[in-house]
Design a binder for this molecule. Structure first.
Ligand code: FAD
Length: 298
């Protein structure tokens, strides 16, 4: 490939694509290859033709992802803006492709007079990412509403699977190895459109009041340890406002690390390790990152 960008059966393939453009932290080195498929069939054909040794990273909106400054030495496949079909299934259901944003699914469910998806409105990721992470907020969790998922494997084979094929926990989903999500079917409870829309507004307002929503972040960096909150421990260790390079523990919400403008992935990862060490030294609790850290150091 001589050009930096090439059309492949409708999808777009780029070389050395800076991942800082595709993560909510706005940091990250280049993906050796970056592919945005034109649809599911195109994705299947692309995967089937791929060198089997090339590492693959499936991404949505990169809102829970730290890509190191040396980049990703394989192919990043980005589904947002690509697999974006959202259709009603029966009176209480929706089928959403993996690239549909969580906010769009939440709004569609509310407009349809369904309740249970409102929490998704403030999660700035895709359905694929929410399925991979079992994203949740304010008592709601993605998998609570899943009735089926469609997956694709390395050879491009598509399958519909039952939720019982997956082990689902707090921000943790383990399924058949080597498969990614391409769609999900969700069933919500009947409700009232105005009440669901009001709940979305209230939940977004709560986020605005407690989270640094105007600065690049990846949301909560650490998983909450059993029976406690990572934010409480980080604040109690006196770490609010601590910075390494351009990365700082938010003054607003201690479990957020924000990019103040010129942070590198190295700054952020060093700050993550610093927070882990300080909290462990103070309270004997080892915080585990919720954010996925991938790629090679610069
Ligand atoms: C301001 C802010 C607030 C947030 N609040 C919350 C919150 O309240 N609750 C919460 O749970 N999260 C929250 N997050 C984190 C994040 O939005 C969620 O984890 C979200 O589900 C990630 O979706 P994504 O599409 O951005 O995934 P990405 O960040 O692109 O990917 C995350 C992981 O999922 C994998 N993945 C992505 N797509 C697929 C796929 N199709 N198939 C298989 N694996 C895939 C990736 O490889 C990666 O390991 C917040 C983030 C931000 C920036």
């Amino acid at each position: 490939m001589t050009a930096a960008e090439a059309d492949m059966g409708g999808g777009v393939l780029r070389e050395h694509e800076p991942m800082a453009r595709h993560t909510s932290w706005r940091v990250g080195g280049p993906a050796r290859l970056f592919y945005r498929p034109a649809g599911v069939d195109d994705l299947a054909a692309f995967l089937a033709g791929l060198d089997p040794d090339l590492p693959v990273l499936m991404v949505g909106l990169g809102s829970n992802l730290l890509v190191r400054d040396g980049g990703f030495p394989g192919v990043v496949i980005a589904l947002q803006g690509a697999l974006d079909r959202l259709v009603r299934v029966g009176p209480e259901g929706f089928e959403a492709e993996a690239g549909v944003t969580c906010a769009r699914l939440a709004r569609a469910a509310a407009r349809a007079g369904l309740t249970g998806a409102e929490f998704l409105a403030g999660i700035p990721g895709t359905v694929g990412g929410a399925l991979a992470m079992n994203a949740g907020a304010f008592g709601g969790e993605t998998w609570a509403a899943v009735t089926a998922v469609q997956t694709i494997d390395r050879r491009g084979v598509l399958r519909w699977r039952d939720p019982s094929d997956f082990e689902v926990g707090y921000r943790r989903v383990v399924g058949p190895p080597g498969e990614w999500f391409v769609a999900g079917r969700f069933r919500y409870a009947p409700g009232d459109p105005a009440a669901a829309q009001a709940r979305i507004r209230a939940l977004l307002a709560r986020r605005g009041a407690t989270q640094p929503t105007r600065q690049p972040s990846c949301g909560s960096v650490f998983r909450n340890p059993p029976g406690d909150h990572a934010a409480r421990l980080i604040e109690a260790a006196g770490l609010k406002g601590t910075c390494i390079g351009g990365a700082c523990v938010s003054d607003r919400h201690a479990n957020f690390i924000v990019n103040t403008g010129a942070a590198t992935a190295t700054d952020i990862e060093r700050l993550i390790r610093h927070v882990q060490a300080q909290v462990e030294a103070a309270f004997g609790v080892r915080l585990e990152p919720e954010v996925r850290i991938v790629g090679v150091p610069s």
